[in-house]
Design a protein around this ligand. Structure first.
Ligand code: HEM
Length: 241
């Protein structure tokens, strides 16, 4: 059966990667575009009940889908790379490494920032429902989680662009990546963007004190992600076009 041949196995890994990626990013968009703006209008008891009974379930699928996406994605990379050193020089790999870097930053934000902070928020909601005192640290934890979540939403836009563009557009042969110096500039630009985005994610402003430059609503998040994608594409054209 063709599906158990080498090509079929790679296809199954690709399918698993996209299925888990859709689950992860679908929930990320649900949190940012639907849940957070809706919860802002909830009364405190309804919000606490949602945090205690709905959010843990959503976060379970969210973080494990993120882990599955990364596992399938790394496997896909290994299966698709015939000669690791030579492949590093073509546009398809240059593009997919950028997408993977953004994806890995997002994955770390899920497990190391969003989830630990949301656990504080969930524990607070459960405590209040059980009649205990509210945790004064919960609001700041929610803020830190939300900032990382917005950064992930922003990064998801160029991340998915590179996932799909690398095998279907950047690999067209139209891009010349033969100059090592230009490839080095590309990696510096991509690393700098990931570093700046992560610095913004970790430097959450204090509760109730939004800062003008901070991406603090979902419309700005979408615009920032689209602008970032366009800038990165222009850099590709300037360097390799
Ligand atoms: C750290 C996270 C990720 C890693 C390591 C990763 C890795 C990869 C790799 C190696 C490929 C193959 C590219 C090629 O054939 O040249 C790929 C393709 C793809 N990835 Fe990811 N990925 C990640 C996150 C995501 C996420 C979150 C999504 C969301 C749905 C996603 C969706 C896709 C899609 C749609 C493709 C294109 C498949 C195709 O048409 O060939 N990836 N990814």
């Amino acid at each position: 059966m063709e599906i158990f041949e080498e090509y079929g196995i790679e296809f199954l890994v690709r399918y698993g990667h996209i299925l888990s990626g859709v689950t992860w990013i679908g929930l990320l968009y649900y949190f940012n575009f639907v849940q957070t703006p809706s919860f802002a209008g909830f009364e405190a008891p309804a919000r606490n009940e949602s945090f205690a009974k709905l959010v843990p379930r959503a976060l379970w699928w969210f973080r494990w889908a993120a882990a599955a996406t990364v596992a399938f994605g790394l496997l896909l990379f290994v299966l698709g790379t015939d000669d690791a050193f030579e492949d590093m020089k073509d546009m398809r790999t240059l593009g997919i490494l950028a997408g993977m870097l953004f994806g890995l930053v997002m994955f770390m934000n899920v497990w190391m920032v969003i989830w630990p902070n949301q656990r504080i928020v969930i524990a607070n909601a459960e405590g209040v429902l059980a009649g205990r005192e509210a945790d004064p640290a919960a609001a700041a934890a929610a803020r830190r989680g939300a900032c990382a979540s917005r950064t992930n939403t922003m990064l998801s836009i160029p991340m998915l662009w590179f996932m799909v563009a690398s095998p279907h557009f950047l690999s067209s042969g139209a891009f010349d990546t033969s100059e090592g110096g230009k490839r080095a500039i590309w990696y510096v630009v991509v690393l700098a963007i990931a570093g700046i985005a992560e610095a913004i994610a970790l430097r959450a402003p204090a509760v109730g004190k939004p800062e003008a430059w901070h991406i603090d609503d979902h419309k700005r998040t979408i615009i920032a992600g689209a602008v970032l994608t366009l800038v990165l594409y222009i850099v590709v054209e300037l360097l390799f076009g």
